[in-house]
Design a binder for this molecule. Structure first.
Ligand code: ADP
Ligand code: ADP
Ligand code: MG
Length: 448
């Protein structure tokens, strides 16, 4: 069926991003917003907008009952979940299914399988996909954890099976530390993710994070859209991403793409997904997880392929086949994304919501800024501190870095603290320029 009207169950830059595509392809949109988001851009640019509830996310953006009720009432054919919030909640998919609303994403089963990171690992092992050495399934007890750690050797990482957003991970350097860190990790996992299930992986020292963007459709087509290098991280959260990765050879790239496609073919995956891998210092790669949704950093893949990935999500959800073949997807030039956050790098990156007094956005050839903020807008203190994504494209990596520096330099955002200057330091660092950085670079270099 063709989708004519979509409810966007999200806020911020991704809500704006989805509405933009909908407008271009003639699909009507409904924006939802919490009380404090009444001045947020997404709700002004949608065809219809409605307050979904109070500020608390369980009463607004995570309120499945209200969202599904509203989608039906306003005669939406589909719901786009964006990222974060309900985007990886299988119950939400189930409720959409029960109510005859298309969920723009994978099936409930595929989402449940990958959302449980330990179960996803088990499935990967069955499919012959390389995973980080570690536990075969969820850790049964502290004793079980001890045994696995002895087998793979310290340091190890204890990870929450239902974790996400860079949270719920502990590095364990020795057997003595394991019992107390195990207890801490399990109670934190229960409090943050609703399940105390943990699994274990060998801690890979100073790895690179490289992921593959994939899409599958109902007709068994499985395509990749290149890779993204997200090795510039802070506390396991991405800060800068680039595509394609400068770190791997074409030969390694082909092998990585084949592995990523084996994953989605192996589970018959439908929709947009990202297969995340880490690379050790010998460039061996291991699956770490699959994200069953559109990702924050999807624009860099759009810039190098010239394809609108949100449009493709909608086409696949409408039941149509992917309208091109793998060989039609060509990679051109280089793209980098800097996540601009309302935070103070000089004060431990503390979030700094508040009013944007003045704003000058960068522009010019090859510069894109995806955001929901504008001059005079007050960033609410309740949600994510990301206020936008600065994306640059150029012919070569070197030109792209220069363009990014220029664009960051041009950007003026007064009234709140941001990480703009910090980004300038990162992209002009020798490590980034020479491509010798890794996921612990920021922690090591900036003592944070
Ligand atoms: P990406 O690679 O798309 O950045 P992330 O895992 O960082 O993936 O998550 C994307 C968004 O979802 C971010 O805004 C992040 O804060 C949020 N998010 C993801 N998982 C969780 C979670 N379990 N708890 C809270 N926020 C989450
Ligand atoms: P999330 O669901 O929070 O995104 P991931 O499993 O994708 O969690 O890991 C997020 C980041 O944590 C990785 O990009 C990497 O920097 C770090 N990380 C995860 N697992 C390991 C590991 N086994 N060894 C070293 N670093 C890891
Ligand atoms: Mg991840």
């Amino acid at each position: 069926m063709s989708i004519k009207k979509i409810l966007i169950a999200n806020r911020g830059d991704i809500a704006v991003r989805i509405i933009r595509t909908c407008k271009e392809i003639g699909v009507k949109t409904v924006a939802i917003y919490s009380e404090i988001d009444k001045d947020s851009l997404h709700r002004f640019i949608a065809d219809e907008s409605i307050c979904i509830g109070p500020n608390n996310i369980s009463k607004s953006y995570n309120n499945i009952d209200n969202i599904v009720y509203l989608a039906k009432k306003l005669k939406c054919d589909a719901i786009h979940p964006g990222f974060g919030f309900l985007s990886e909640n299988p119950k939400f998919v189930e409720r959409c299914d029960e109510n005859g609303i298309i969920f723009i994403g994978p099936t409930m089963e595929q989402m449940s399988l990958m959302g449980d990171k330990s179960r996803a690992r088990e499935t990967m092992m069955k499919l012959g996909i390389p995973v980080v050495p570690g536990s075969k399934s969820v850790l049964k007890s502290k004793e079980d954890a001890m045994e696995v750690a002895d087998g793979i050797g310290y340091p190890v990482m204890i990870k929450a099976s239902n974790g996400g957003g860079g949270k719920g991970m502990r590095i364990v350097y020795s057997a003595e530390d394991l019992p107390s860190l195990y207890d801490m990790a399990s109670s934190e996992a229960l409090a943050s993710f609703g399940s105390s299930d943990l699994y274990m992986e060998k801690f890979i020292e100073n790895p690179r994070h490289i992921e593959v963007q994939v899409f599958g459709d109902k007709f068994g087509n499985a395509l990749h859209f290149g890779d993204r290098d997200c090795s510039m991280q802070r506390r396991n959260q991405k800060v800068i991403e680039e595509s394609l990765s400068p770190y791997i050879t074409d030969e390694q790239r082909e092998s990585l793409y084949k592995t990523a496609l084996d994953v989605i073919k192996g589970i018959g995956y439908i929709g947009a997904g990202t297969i995340e891998f880490i690379f050790d210092k010998d460039k061996n790669y291991y699956f770490i997880e699959m994200n069953t949704r559109i990702q924050v950093e999807h624009p860099i893949s759009e810039m190098i392929t010239g394809l609108d990935l949100i449009k493709l999500q909608i086409e696949i959800a409408s039941g149509r086949p992917i309208p091109f073949a793998q060989e039609d997807i060509q990679f051109r030039g280089h793209a980098i994304e800097c996540r601009i956050n309302a935070e103070n790098p000089d004060n431990g990156f503390a979030p700094c919501p508040g009013k944007i007094e003045s704003l000058n956005l960068p522009g010019g050839f090859g510069v894109r800024f995806d955001t929901f903020v504008y001059a005079g807008y007050t960033i609410p203190p309740l949600y994510d501190s990301m206020i936008g994504k600065l994306i640059c494209w150029a012919d070569t990596r070197e030109e792209c870095i220069n363009r990014m520096y220029r664009a960051l330099d041009e950007m003026i955002l007064e009234g709140i603290y941001t990480n703009i200057e910090f980004h300038k330091a990162l992209i002009s660092s020798d490590a980034f320029i020479n491509d010798t950085h890794h996921t612990k670079f920021i922690e090591n270099e900036f003592n944070n």
